[in-house]
Design a protein around this ligand. Sequence first.
Ligand SMILES: Nc1ncnc2c1ncn2[C@@H]1O[C@H](COP(=O)(O)OP(=O)(O)OP(=O)(O)O)[C@@H](O)[C@H]1O
Length: 480
Amino acid sequence: MPSLGGFLKKKRTRESPGQKDLASPTSTSSQPTSPITPTPSRGFDNSIASVTTQSTAPETLSTSQPDAPLNQASPPTVGEQQPMTRGLSPQQQQALPVPADQQNLPSISNLINPPQNDGASNSKNEHSNPASGENTTYTGNDSSLTRAAPAVQAPQIRQTKGKYSLGDFEILRTLGTGSFGRVHLVQSKHNQRFYAVKVLKKQQVVKMKQVEHTNDERRMLQEVKHPFLVTLWGTFQDSKNLYLVMDFVEGGELFSLLRKSQRFPNPVAKFYAAEVTLALEYLHKNQIIYRDLKPENLLLDRHGHLKITDFGFAKKVPDITWTLCGTPDYLAPEVVSSKGYNKSVDWWSLGILIFEMLCGFTPFWDGGSPMKIYENILKGRVKYPPYIHPDAQDLLQRLITADLTKRLGNLHGGSEDVKNHQWFAEVTWERLAKKDIDAPYVPPVKAGVGDASQFDKYPEETDHYGQTGHDEYKNLFTDF
Ligand SMILES: Nc1ncnc2c1ncn2[C@@H]1O[C@H](COP(=O)(O)OP(=O)(O)OP(=O)(O)O)[C@@H](O)[C@H]1O
């Protein structure tokens, strides 16, 4: 049975000291300046040939990491932060001026076409397996990441249990908060590298009936391995909390970038949508529905490529499921009306995401009331602003369609139908999968030094971490 817990878990409005009044556009203290400004050095410059991301397990001893103090990064003070207006109405959004950078759009070919390879490096992501110490390297030949080989490899399951404890990490600042706890920036005491640790309060998880989802989150994250999905290195627990050790994705949430930019130029939205499409394709080929697509769960790595985080609703579903969960604005009608549903809900959500990136608001948004949003979803009427590119509108109409026999992604061609749509015509999918295409925006972060300047600030709290007393939920989280 669908539970209202699903409604309650994911509130689109999150409160933090850095965000003050998210629902009110009048909380804007200064006109946001769009960070998506083409720079000659990266992002729109084809001379940057490739991207190399290195990930290292927290317990791997390394001397290559500079021993830089965290405060070198000089995170902005709360007062300096750009306002975020998650609750802006379409009318309010439309009343906002078009950002300067959107009046002068970057060339689509610069953005989507492959850059010239300067021979400096091949696009390659190295992952050290924390359990075995083996290195798994994504190379240009990794067929699981290219369109040429639709048979995506079954993911290898990383052995993550029992590898870490709280004592392995120094807990630094909070990166984000959620319904059951928070995500901290941490530094490994072994290799001095930085990671993100998601801490979930067991009591809260149980109270909100999310035990199964939480165990699923761990299982799914452990299983997946893809350039656009966050890597889980391990999990552990104490008597009060569950801990998930992940890569620290330094560039912040796409949500923050979108709110600062108001809306993205067509090619920029296309770039992010294309990376998400590859991630969804990978998940679906591994029978995983993601179910929580939204800009808050899309992080930018230091080069500006996406990483999907928060697998709290991901589920292994070969066929059909019935659970009501997700974020109101992004729910497909078959979820709202408690019908059985399948992977195609993620393609619906991709449509909502593309719409939000192009317009700055979601199509069914309505004064912040979930019930009103659900009504609108079931009515299914979408008003497309005139500035949406006709190809984008055509794709959106095919994704945001209640009729499952017509929804793109759910048809015979599967994800290929989405990738072959005219809006994505310039995308070279093989190169995109290898991160061989420059991102439109490179976050201003100092790489590898624990620079969390792209994240909002939160009041800190580490109460009850590391407690060893009686654990009344001992039998519920045996995988952690
Ligand atoms: N690997 C990571 N690197 C950097 N920041 C992260 C990482 N994972 C999560 N965060 C930050 O923490 C925030 C909360 O994480 P997450 O969404 O996983 O928590 P949650 O408890 O499921 O939240 P919610 O209840 O809102 O869905 C994210 O929006 C992001 O800002």
